[in-house]
Ligand binder design. Structure first.
Ligand code: FAD
Length: 294
């Protein structure tokens, strides 16, 4: 099933992101974990892709398993910046052959090793080039792309960032998923600005439940996302007690999701980080809201 068809429904839904193992030895464990999340029948599940190769082999194995065993549609992430055109074309072919209908088209982060090389030798510099290649493949994929309510760290300003985002949509991205946001107002401000810029595709907010204090620093470092004072107070107060922190983090994420639903957003993407218990608790918290059309 195509994600755009899920997004066009009017009922409230949740999707979850999982990541594949780094090594073969971790495969069975991750498979089991992702199956537990899939058993909750979310609207769809996305499976990340290791930009430098590492975990990329397993992205499709995990996605295929989720679709086959649980009938949950998947969104296979694919990055391009550290790959040759041949490798990427081969991956696109493989995704099609496996019957996966949705691709999240990403550039991938620039590693110091990559940055030390001559850019003119790169086959891909931006995600928009990958989107064009997917379209040119002729296969009928539903393509998603990333967006940044707090501006991508390499962008000089939001206006440029939104201009390049529009290029991705014009090239064929049918929906967008945001970098994690901890303050919904930032998401709504961003939505207003991109609509003004003529971007009209569905935008799925990405919510990361912070369930332990150490995760906070990592999440900020990875995403550059703003942590509201209200959230910092929770971490300060409960951070030393793992169970309390977990409960408070899940409650905070649930609260954000309810606020998004109540303001007209029907699908929210949860960065569930291969934690089935967290995914389950969030779904339980929303049991009388999910799947309904209000
Ligand atoms: P792009 O859209 O290419 O943008 C990158 C930067 O270049 C931006 O600053 C943009 O404004 C600028 N830009 C774009 N086009 C042009 C142009 N023509 N001229 C000048 N500047 C331009 N990484 C992974 O490795 N694996 C994953 O699975 C993964 N999943 C992700 C999922 C989501 C929802 C998000 C938000 C990010 C994900 N990432 C993942 C991280 C992503 O790869 C990085 O954020 C990366 O730095 C940018 O990727 P992008 O696709 O947004 O790039």
């Amino acid at each position: 099933m195509k994600i755009i068809d899920i997004l066009n429904r009017k009922n409230m839904s949740l999707s979850f992101e999982v990541f594949p193992p780094k090594k073969e030895a971790g495969f069975e464990g991750v498979k089991e974990t992702t199956e537990k999340i899939a058993a909750n029948k979310p609207a769809y599940m996305s499976v990340t892709y290791g930009a430098g190769g590492g975990t990329s082999r397993f992205t499709l194995d995990i996605a295929k398993n989720i679709e086959e065993r649980y009938g949950v549609p998947t969104l296979a992430h694919l990055t391009c910046v550290s790959s040759s055109r041949d490798t990427v074309h081969h991956k696109i072919e493989e995704i099609h052959e496996l019957g996966i209908e949705n691709i999240m088209a990403l550039r991938g982060d620039l590693t110091p090793e990559l940055e030390a090389t001559d850019r003119s030798t790169w086959d891909y510099r931006y995600a928009v080039e990958l989107i064009r290649d997917i379209k040119e493949s002729g296969y009928d994929f539903c393509i998603g792309a990333a967006c940044y309510p707090e501006v991508h760290p390499e962008s000089a300003n939001q206006r440029d960032d939104i201009k390049h985002l529009k290029e991705k949509v014009d090239a064929g991205a049918e929906f967008l998923v945001t970098q994690m946001v901890f303050d919904n107002n930032l998401f709504f401000n961003f939505l207003y600005k991109i609509r003004e810029a003529g971007i009209n595709v569905p935008v799925i907010p990405g919510i990361m439940p912070i369930t332990n204090a150490n995760q906070v620093e990592r999440a900020i470092k990875l995403s550059g996302s703003f942590m509201p004072q209200r959230f910092k107070a929770i971490v300060d107060y409960f951070g030393a007690d793992p169970d309390a922190m977990k409960q408070a983090g899940i409650a905070y994420a649930t609260d954000q999701i309810i606020d998004l639903y109540a303001n007209g957003i029907t699908n929210v993407h949860v960065y569930s980080m291969n934690k089935p218990d967290v995914a389950q608790k969030i779904m339980d918290n929303l049991s009388d809201i999910l799947w309904k059309d209000f």
